[in-house]
Design a binder for this molecule. Structure first.
Ligand code: ACM
Length: 378
C-alpha cells in the first residue's frame, strides 16, 4: 500500500518483567489493530506506525519512555500500561505535555484525567457484579490476597465495602505479597485460608505471580467447588500459565472472554490466530488494547488530526463493535461503556460465562450510584 504520510503512535507494554505475559497480549492486541487499520488504507491514507519500548514492568521506566516518546519521537498518542502504578507514573507526563494516554486495563477507579481514555473496566463494571454473584452463590465472608501495590489495596477496599454494606458480610483476611512472589510465598497464606475457611477468596494478585497462588491453593488440596477464588485479573493468559487442572472451577469478572460466541468475536479471534496466534493468549486486556486503537482510528479519521484538542470531541462520539459487544467512551468520565460478564474456568481452560449483562453498563469510576443493584441489569 502506498501511503502519503505516517502517524507515529507510542506503544508502552512490558515484554519482560512480572507482567510480561499479560502485557505482551496487550502489545499484540495493539499491533493487530494497527495492522488491520493499515491494511484498510491507514487513517485517511496515513500509515499508523508504532514506536514501541519495553518498560520491563517498572513504573520509573514507563515514565522515562513516555517522556522519550513525547519529546524525542514526537508522538501525540500513547497506548499503554497495565499496572496502576505504571499508569500513575505516566499520567503526569501526558498531562504536562498535553498528550493522550489510552489505558486498556481494569483498575481501581477513582481517577479522571483530561489526558487519559480508560478502556478497561471500572469497579462498577466488574467488582460490583462479582460481589453480587459470589455472595449470592457462596456467602459473604471474603479472604483477600493481593500483590503489594495500589490496585490490590484499592480494589480490596471496594470489595470489602460491597460485601459488608450490601450483604452483611465481612473481610476475614487480607494479605499482600511482593510482585515477584513465588509459590513458597503463598504457602503460609493458603494455610491461613484453610484455617479461616472463608466463603470465597478475592485475588488481586497480578502478573506472573498469579499462577503461583492458584498452584499453592491446589497443592494444599483446597476445593474451588466449595471455596473458589474470584478475581478481576486472572484471565485466559494466567490460566494458560498455571494449567487447566489448577484453574478449573475458579471465577473471573471481565467484559470479555475468548469464549463469547458472537460472530464478531469468532472472526476476530480467527484472524488474530492467523496473524499472531503463536505470540500470546487473547483475554480481556488484549481485547481492550485492540478495540481502543480502532476507537482512536475512527476518531482521527473524522478529526483529521491526532492533536488532542481536535481529536477529543470525535473520540467522545466514537463507537466500535468490539469482540465483547458495542463499546463507546463516556464524555463525562473518559471511561468506557462496557459489557460485564462473569466466567468460570472449564476443563478446556476457557471461561464458561455464568452471568452477563444484557446491555452495556455506563462507567461510574467514582461509585457515585453506590448500591449493588444499581449496576445489575437482570
Ligand atoms: C491494575 O493494576 N490496574 C491491574
Amino acid at each position: 500500500m502506498a501511503y502519503t504520510e505516517t502517524v507515529k503512535v507510542g506503544v508502552l507494554f512490558s515484554e519482560t518483567g512480572v507482567t510480561s505475559a499479560i502485557e505482551s497480549s496487550q502489545l499484540y492486541g495493539t499491533l493487530f489493530a494497527i495492522s488491520e487499520i493499515n491494511d484498510a488504507g491507514g487513517i485517511g491514507g496515513r500509515e499508523l506506525v508504532p514506536v514501541r519500548y519495553d518498560p520491563a514492568s517498572d513504573p520509573a521506566k514507563y515514565r522515562a519512555f513516555a517522556e522519550r516518546l513525547i519529546l524525542t519521537d514526537d508522538v501525540q498518542i500513547i497506548f499503554g500500561c497495565y499496572m496502576s502504578s505504571a499508569r500513575k507514573a505516566v499520567v503526569p507526563i501526558v498531562e504536562r505535555w498535553n498528550r493522550l494516554l489510552f489505558y486498556p486495563t481494569l483498575y481501581e477507579g477513582f481517577e479522571y484525567s483530561e489526558n487519559v481514555i480508560y478502556t478497561g473496566a471500572a469497579p462498577n463494571q466488574n467488582s460490583v457484579q462479582l460481589a453480587d454473584f459470589m455472595t449470592s452463590n457462596f456467602g459473604a465472608r471474603v479472604y483477600q490476597v493481593g500483590s503489594n501495590y495500589i490496585y490490590p489495596y484499592e480494589s480490596n477496599r471496594i470489595m470489602s465495602d460491597l460485601v459488608s454494606q450490601y450483604r452483611g458480610g465481612a473481610k476475614v483476611g487480607e494479605r499482600y505479597v511482593r510482585l515477584d512472589a513465588t509459590e513458597c510465598d503463598f504457602t503460609e497464606i493458603v494455610e491461613d485460608i484453610r484455617a479461616t475457611s472463608p466463603d470465597f477468596i478475592f485475588s488481586t494478585v497480578v502478573g506472573n505471580a498469579t499462577q503461583h497462588f492458584y498452584r499453592a491453593y491446589a497443592r494444599a488440596g483446597l476445593d474451588p467447588a466449595s471455596m473458589p477464588i474470584a478475581s478481576l485479573t486472572t484471565s485466559e493468559s494466567a490460566v494458560k500459565q498455571m494449567g487447566t487442572d489448577i484453574a478449573e472451577g475458579h471465577f473471573t469478572a471481565a467484559p470479555y472472554f475468548c469464549s463469547i460466541a458472537s460472530a464478531t468475536n469468532r472472526a476476530c479471534l480467527e484472524k488474530f490466530g492467523r496473524m499472531f496466534g503463536c505470540e500470546t493468549v487473547p483475554n480481556a486486556s488484549w481485547e481492550a488494547a485492540y478495540f481502543q486503537v480502532h476507537l482512536f482510528a475512527r476518531a482521527m479519521c473524522a478529526a483529521g488530526s491526532a492533536d488532542i484538542e481536535t481529536l477529543m470531541p470525535e473520540l467522545l462520539r466514537s463507537k466500535f463493535d468490539a469482540p465483547q459487544g458495542p463499546v463507546s467512551i463516556d464524555p463525562s468520565t473518559h471511561h468506557t461503556h462496557l459489557n460485564p460478564r462473569i466466567g468460570r474456568v472449564n476443563r478446556e481452560g476457557q471461561f464458561d460465562i455464568v452471568w452477563e449483562s444484557p446491555a452495556p453498563i455506563r462507567p461510574d469510576p467514582y461509585l457515585v450510584a453506590h448500591a449493588l443493584g444499581d449496576w445489575m441489569v437482570r
